[in-house]
Design a protein around this ligand. Structure first.
Ligand code: C2E
Ligand code: MG
Ligand code: MG
Ligand code: MG
Length: 290
């Protein structure tokens, strides 16, 4: 009986593998057409400073498919990476974000907002990556200082010399860099010192339990202190509660992003958030929404 159960489990396993393979192939085919069919959208999640003023946003990609509905980037970004589809998609994200920045530059209440764009490894490793970014900035007429590129530890460590060279080329024209998901990878301090970063982004996994887990709180404090010693800004992602915010602030963190402030929203909604914040009286600096 145990054997039969084992065989059934095996069949079940094979069947589910088969489904996975089929749906993966189907997903890949659909992703190929998602760009052309206008199914990709950019959402914007606001970032605030210590006074809860909106300082910018992170650009987060969304795939809205008529049959499948909403597909999470956690599902399709890895697939896009493997298939190389991340190259046209990443370029589209960059261009669309820059066009949005250009429009926001034209209005007084949005003109200083920075946008942070996620860059994937395959995209960054293109020989002409730095040139592409500069061309996109020129084509859209955006002030490069308003663009921040988010890189991950695993990305930068693959070929540190190449990474530094590309980052420097872009830094020289004013583009900024943030180290995303910091603390989850294997960055050594010596690399961190050599990279021309302007910001460290504390990974949300450390923020999640910061109120109840002493060691997470210690890790976050260490990251913040170290970043400050290197002259880097620190932003915490995944901030969901006032308690988390308070601990982060007490430990010297100066910028924040998370559901406590806003979920990622379409551009129009983001503009409303900025406008209602701008309408607030200066004597109510903590009431940036509503
Ligand atoms: P990430 O860059 O670390 O982005 C932060 C993720 O945390 C986003 O998930 C965001 O929606 C989510 N988040 C924000 N605030 C909170 C919070 O308070 N609590 C919790 N639990 N989560 C929060 P999302 O949008 O699903 O994106 C997942 C990942 O997909 C991103 O992680 C990034 O690595 C990748 N990604 C998204 N857009 C792009 C893109 O345009 N290009 C590339 N290459 N990757 C992208
Ligand atoms: Mg990011
Ligand atoms: Mg992150
Ligand atoms: Mg993350």
């Amino acid at each position: 009986q145990a054997k039969a159960a084992g065989r059934n489990a095996m069949h079940f396993f094979e069947a589910s593998m088969q489904i996975q393979l089929e749906s993966r192939a189907a997903l890949e085919k659909e992703l190929r057409h998602a760009l052309a069919k206008d199914e990709l959208q950019l959402y914007y999640q606001l970032q605030v400073n210590n006074k809860r003023r909106i300082i910018g946003a992170e650009v987060l990609l969304r795939w809205i498919n008529p049959e499948r509905g909403f597909i999470s980037p956690a599902q399709f970004i890895p697939l896009a990476e493997e298939t190389g589809l991340i190259l046209p998609i990443g370029q589209w994200v960059l261009e669309t974000a820059c066009q949005q920045l250009k429009r926001w530059e034209a209005a007084p209440e949005t003109r200083y907002l920075q946008l942070a764009v996620n860059v994937s490894a395959r995209q960054f490793r293109q020989a002409d990556f730095a040139k592409r970014v500069q061309e996109t900035l020129k084509m859209t007429g955006v002030n490069p200082a308003l663009l921040k590129l988010e890189l991950t530890e695993s990305l930068v460590l693959v070929n540190v010399e190449d990474t530094i060279q590309k980052m420097n080329e872009l830094k020289n024209v004013g583009v900024q860099f943030s180290m995303d998901d910091f603390g989850t990878g294997y960055s050594s301090l010596s690399y961190l010192k050599r990279l021309p970063l302007s910001q460290i982004k504390v990974d949300q996994s450390f923020v999640r339990d910061i109120v109840i887990d002493k060691s997470d709180a210690v890790i976050v404090k260490t990251i913040i202190d170290m970043s400050k010693n290197f002259g880097l800004d620190v932003i915490a992602e995944g901030v969901e509660t006032e308690e988390q915010l308070e601990i982060l602030q007490n430990n010297g963190c100066s910028a924040f992003q998370g559901y406590l402030f806003s979920k990622p929203v379409p551009a129009k909604e983001f503009e409303s958030l900025v406008k209602s914040a701008a309408g607030n009286k200066p004597d109510r600096p903590n009431q940036f929404i509503g």
